[in-house]
Design a protein around this ligand. Sequence first.
Ligand SMILES: C[S@@+](CC[C@H](N)C(=O)[O-])C[C@H]1O[C@@H](n2cnc3c(N)ncnc32)[C@H](O)[C@@H]1O
Length: 255
Amino acid sequence: MEKENILIGRNTVREAIKSGRSIDAVFVAKDSRDGSLREILALAKKQGIVVKETVKSKLDELSMPFGYQGRPGNHQGIVAQVSSIVYAELEDIFKRAEEKGEPPFLVALDGITDPQNLGAIVRSAEVLGAHGVVILKRRSASMTAAACKTACGAEEYIPIARVNNLAAAIDEVKERGVWVAAADMDGQDAFGADLTGALMLVIGAEGEGVSRLVKERCDFTVRIPVRGHVESLNASAAAAVLLYEKVRQDAGKKK
Ligand SMILES: C[S@@+](CC[C@H](N)C(=O)[O-])C[C@H]1O[C@@H](n2cnc3c(N)ncnc32)[C@H](O)[C@@H]1O
């Protein structure tokens, strides 16, 4: 599976944004800000697409492997990185659980923006037997080359569904008989909570944690007890601990 594609030049990037194509990031040259570039950036911003400022040589470098050899500058000050990974639907995750004859086990990410955290969580989810990962379409990291690199190929084996609205996805999942647990520092002790059976674990964003709206939709909130001075774990470390705790509890119940 191809991990990454680059769209080069103003018209290409503008049309891609307008068409609603899934764009991971727009890279724009630091020193170019004329009218048409400003218009494209405003479009990108409106759609919640990540815009990164960079130097022209970086744009040359990004464009080179995609047929622009020997023609630096042809990117006109802008390139967009689009992911070509095939995202799944929520339904595919439930199908996966059904095929395996297991209660659905999902991980949802409420706005994780660091691709390495996303990749690490996808990897842990796959390794620990979750049936799928749910991420947000906007204002969140997607499966870029950086995320795939950290996932170490796990994305090939686990469905990753992108949703517009996590609160709505939680309602849908709950209707299908799955308990939804938010991971948050103000929850009940995760090691005393019942994580067995059909479960979706919601991990919060690096800065803001789980949003209030999402937390209100969850059935309960779990906390990993900490002993140090730093308040919280890294999101991917917290996900790994909680996923493992669920696996441990399920194994204990089977005995
Ligand atoms: C870096 S933390 C976010 C910290 C954020 N400042 C807050 O107050 O929520 C990212 C996510 O990792 C999970 N997490 C981190 N430490 C945790 C802990 N001790 N117990 C449960 N979840 C934790 C939560 O889902 C959290 O939203």
